[in-house]
Ligand binder design. Structure first.
Ligand code: MN
Length: 208
């Protein structure tokens, strides 16, 4: 199995730490949420097209998927989730602007974060998250500010075709009448919206 440093090679190769405010991915910082539970984060990313980067802590990194429409609380919705490169754990707090011309250029905010619990089981035994991802199916319970309760991520079309679906499962947090992506657009860390973060970054750039 690749160690976590190897698993961040793709992340580092896409970024020049002198040109982007994002974490370099050089440091290995153990990072766990309250009570030792692994963390999740969903970053709203206004890149060439707006999407939501869904990340789960596993194996010392943030396993990542880009979800164009963002997560839903309606169990009838199936949200496309396209795997992206592993991100370093310290990325979980990142909000700011990736400069024009750089990989992923655009504004990022932390749309939701918290801890999660792995629910993936086979024959009554827990399947570790890393293994569940390799096998193409995982279930987990989110303990976030906006999102709570069970969700599933399932690969469709086999390992060669990298498309997954993110689906809300029945139970806690299931609500077809809620639309948190639309009704709660701002950062859970700072309360700021995309425009505010972009304007502040532009102001800092100008005053330097
Ligand atoms: Mn992104």
């Amino acid at each position: 199995m690749a160690d976590q440093k190897d698993s961040l090679r793709a992340y580092r190769s896409k970024r020049d730490p002198r040109r982007t405010p994002e974490p370099s991915g050089e440091r290995r910082r153990p990072r766990r949420g309250r009570r030792g539970h692994p963390i999740f984060v969903i970053q709203k990313h206004d890149a060439s097209s707006l999407h939501y980067d869904f990340r789960l802590e596993a194996d010392g990194v943030l396993k990542s998927w880009a979800v164009p429409k963002g997560p839903s609380t309606n169990p009838k919705d199936k949200r496309l989730a396209v795997p992206t490169e592993d991100h370093p754990l310290e990325y979980a707090d990142f909000e700011g602007v990736i400069p024009e011309g750089e990989y992923g250029a655009g504004t990022v905010l932390v749309w939701d974060t918290g801890t999660y619990r792995n629910l993936t089981e086979r024959d009554g035994k827990e399947v570790p998250v890393e293994q569940a991802i390799e096998e193409g199916h995982l279930r987990f319970e989110l303990h976030g500010s906006k999102l709570r309760g069970p969700y599933a991520l399932t690969r469709i079309g086999g390992p060669g075709r990298q498309r997954w679906l993110l689906v809300k499962m029945a139970g806690e947090g299931a609500d077809p009448n809620r639309d948190p992506v639309g009704s709660e657009p701002n950062s859970v860390l700072s309360g700021r919206g995309l425009e505010e973060i972009a304007a502040e970054a532009a102001g800092q750039g100008a005053s330097r």
